[in-house]
Every structure is written in structure tokens, then in C-alpha cells.
Design a protein around this ligand. Structure first.
Ligand code: CA
Length: 232
């Protein structure tokens, strides 16, 4: 009995902050990164912006979310070198479709190369221009309510705009995942007034106060806010 009481002192009901050893353990027992994704990770590591790539455990988590929601039609805002798009597209059914938005030709060249390698080129439709223009074109083309899953991971200043456009494009019950909502923890530092930090803070407050949706900020990667559209 005494043993049980003592052991329970080591339990925690709040989210752990993972030290390196625990993080390595988590990766070793739960992440099955494919060879192709690990090759893409290595190639992206040469880029000074490689930190913009999502982590392997987040990629796998997002694949799971796509399967869980039974999504057929997905949208990604901010593709970078393609890691997350491959995680999403692979989790869609054979006849599923992913629309990707990014305005960087340079970064998405690598994404396009890996879509070919993965045999996903027919499943992915890519738009090389400002994402808000692509989203507006989709709305003008009667695509409102036609997406099951949307991932936002682009310029933070425009998150509120992407959010409203995404909510229009999502079907009722669809899932919106928004990346970097903990912004390396800087959002919790009142002295940090960097534009990116302030933008994420504003966005988080906005989502918190939006009663049209259900949400949860999941502390995976750099913070991933999951939002379900509760209205038509
Ligand atoms: Ca990100």
C-alpha cells in the first residue's frame, strides 16, 4: 500500500515538458517515419529555415487526425518543403484530394519533387500564389463547406484571415488544425512584443472567444490548435 502511494507521487496530470531522454523515448516507441519522409527531413535540414518543418511525431499525429475524421478533401495553407502535405495526402483515401497553397517557388520545388517520389502528384493540387487569393478563388468557385480537413501553417500575421476563410471552406463538423500556436513559448512572456508573438497571441484570443467552434490547443510540436466547426 505504501508503495502505491509513493509511486503515485511520480504521476502527473498536467502535460509533461519533455526532456531529451523522454522525447527520444517517445519517438522510439511511437513514430514510424517512412524512408521517404526521413529523406525529405534530411534534405530540408540543409535549409536555414528547416525549423519550419513539422516534427515527425506531429506529422504522424496529423495523419492520424486525417484518418480519424475520414477526410476525403483536405487543404493545406503553407506547404514549405512538403513534409506535412505528404502526411496529410498519404492518410487520405485513394480518391481523396489535397489542395496546397504556398507562395514560395523555391521551397515548394522540393515538395513537388517528393510528391512525385511518393506517387502523390495526382492527389495533390498545388497553387503557387498568396494563399488568401487561392482561398478566395475556391470560395468564388462554390467550394464553401466542401473541405473535411484544413491545416494552417503559414505567415502568422494572416492567421485571422486564413481562419475565417477556412471556416467558410470547411464543412460542418470538419477539422481545422493551426500550427505554431505556442510559438516557442514566447506568447507566455509578457515582455515579448515581437510581431509574430503578438500575432499568435491575438489569434489564440480570437479562437478562445469564438463560440461557433469547439477547440483544444494541443502541446505537440510548437503547439497545434485543433478546431471543429460546429455550424453550417
Ligand atoms: Ca509551422
Amino acid at each position: 500500500m505504501r508503495f502505491i502511494v509513493e509511486e503515485s507521487l511520480f504521476l502527473s496530470n498536467r502535460t509533461l515538458s519533455l526532456d531529451d531522454r523522454t522525447y527520444e523515448y517517445l519517438l522510439s516507441v511511437s513514430v514510424n517515419e517512412s524512408e521517404l519522409l526521413s529523406e525529405l527531413r534530411e534534405e530540408t535540414a540543409g535549409d536555414k529555415f528547416s525549423v519550419m518543418q513539422i516534427s515527425p511525431e506531429q506529422g504522424q499525429f496529423m495523419s492520424l487526425l486525417v484518418k480519424l475524421t475520414g477526410a476525403k478533401r483536405a487543404l493545406e495553407i503553407g506547404t514549405f518543403t512538403g513534409y506535412s502535405s505528404i502526411c496529410i495526402a498519404n492518410a487520405l483515401p485513394e480518391d481523396g484530394e489535397l489542395v496546397c497553397c504556398d507562395d514560395s517557388d523555391e521551397w515548394t520545388q522540393m515538395a513537388r519533387k517528393y510528391w512525385q517520389k511518393a506517387g502523390l502528384q495526382d492527389k495533390i493540387q498545388f497553387h503557387l500564389q498568396a494563399a488568401s487569393a487561392t482561398l478566395q478563388a475556391l470560395l468564388d468557385d462554390s467550394a464553401a463547406g466542401s473541405f473535411d480537413f484544413i491545416f494552417i501553417d503559414a505567415d502568422k500575421q494572416n492567421y485571422p484571415l486564413y481562419y475565417e476563410q477556412s471556416l467558410k471552406l470547411l464543412r460542418k463538423g470538419g477539422l481545422l488544425a493551426v500550427d505554431n500556436t505556442l510559438w516557442s513559448g514566447t506568447v507566455a512572456d509578457p515582455e515579448n512584443m515581437q510581431p509574430g508573438t503578438r500575432a499568435i497571441r491575438r489569434f489564440n484570443e480570437m479562437v478562445k472567444n469564438d463560440n461557433r467552434v469547439s477547440k483544444s490547443l494541443v502541446p505537440i510540436g510548437d503547439g497545434l490548435t485543433l478546431i471543429v466547426k460546429d455550424f453550417e
